[in-house]
Ligand binder design. Structure first.
Ligand SMILES: Nc1ncnc2c1ncn2[C@@H]1O[C@H](COP(=O)(O)OP(=O)(O)OP(=O)(O)O)[C@@H](O)[C@H]1O
Length: 332
């Protein structure tokens, strides 16, 4: 039995009741209900090996949460097959429940008026964890997540970041092999994002856990995922190495210049597409394969004080991937 994830030709459609606006629409819908089919995911396939961390990216409404819900058995698929750690999720076997956790940054499982410790104890009972094992895992989590100071405070008094750490601890108390993390760092400040990220990495290394992660923060993805699956409008747009994504969707680099005196845009654009220009700083987009010849030209012909070349930001790469997909959809 494998602890990985297999998804074959999975689709999930929702039938949504629609009615026209106003009183007339309300009355009409009493007699003649109109439905619209929402194709949240359509015919997606992917495999995730045990121990892999994969970033699952896409704009709002792309189908990420729906996929995670099908993978955890919260939703029944419209068609296709899904196997998670050797189980078919919607069968809801108890042995499956112990193998995974779904953590949603926007939803809390903690008991609001009680200290987090109470939720940990509830989960101990739910997952039937023997006392000794519970103590050991909890001690490890308290140390890794630095939870000691918050253990006995009511959840409602905790900061967003402290709550997220407790959320993670509550979800990991049964040491799941497979983790579905849906926006685990949403709304957190940069330091807290960093510490959650470090923790996810350590959990993956320590328990060889398989992790599927969604995040709108590219820093999370770059720090944690070698591989990404990009989904748009319910379909997979890309599945592969994060590094190769840059080559495919953003085959250019960014030249950052600091100028000694102002230069006209006509002159600047001879060397690359102007991304921004606010004297003395200018950023130019230059084709990847022409970086050395363009750099030589820039240094020889422009009044340069400082000059650096860097890769485009991951946000830029991803948004270009979506732009291209939307253009293709508009043409088809
Ligand atoms: N229960 C539901 N009933 C009807 N439509 C739904 C339901 N759940 C999701 N959808 C629709 O399915 C599509 C995919 O939604 P989903 O929540 O999976 O996207 P997402 O990629 O997780 O987006 P986000 O980043 O905003 O969370 C959307 O069009 C959404 O409106």
């Amino acid at each position: 039995m494998t602890e990985g994830i297999r998804v074959e030709q999975l689709s999930k459609f929702f039938r949504v009741h629609e009615r026209e606006a106003g009183f007339r629409g309300a009355v009409q819908s009493l007699f003649r209900r109109q439905y619209r089919l929402v194709k949240a995911i359509e015919d997606i396939s992917f495999h995730i090996e045990p121990g892999e961390i994969v970033g699952f990216l896409g704009p709002n409404g792309a189908g990420k949460t729906t996929t995670m819900k099908v993978l955890t058995g919260l939703l029944y698929p419209t068609s296709g097959t899904v196997e998670v750690a050797g189980h078919v999720p919607f069968k809801h076997e108890t042995s499956f429940k112990r193998k995974f956790s779904l953590v949603m940054g926007q939803k809390s499982q903690l008991i609001w008026d009680l200290p987090p410790m109470e939720t940990f104890l509830v989960n101990q009972a739910v997952y039937e964890i023997p006392d000794e094992e519970f103590r050991q895992t909890l001690d490890g989590l308290i140390e890794l997540l630095e939870l000691e100071p918050v253990l006995r405070k009511p959840v409602r008094q905790l900061s967003l970041g402290e709550r997220m750490k407790c959320e993670l601890a509550a979800s990991l108390i049964h040491r799941p092999q497979i983790l579905f993390l849906d926006e685990p760092t949403i709304g957190l400040d940069v330091n807290m994002q960093e510490s959650i990220r470090r923790f996810i990495k350590e959990y993956n290394e320590k328990y060889k856990a398989t992790i599927l992660l969604t995040s709108h923060y590219m820093a999370d993805v770059v720090a944690l995922c070698k591989r990404v699956i990009i989904i748009n409008r319910g379909q997979i747009l890309y599945d592969g190495e994060l590094d190769a994504l840059v080559e495919r969707f953003a085959p250019y680099k960014v030249a950052n210049l600091v100028l000694k005196h102002p230069v006209s845009s006509e002159e600047l654009s001879m060397h690359g597409e102007i991304l921004s220009s606010e004297y003395p700083r200018v950023s130019l987009r230059v084709p990847r394969e022409e970086v050395s010849s363009r750099s030589a030209g820039i240094l020889a012909m422009l009044p340069i004080v400082d000059f650096t070349i860097e890769d485009p930001s991951m946000e830029d790469v991803i948004s270009r991937a979506f732009e291209r997909d939307s253009d293709a959809a508009a043409l088809s």
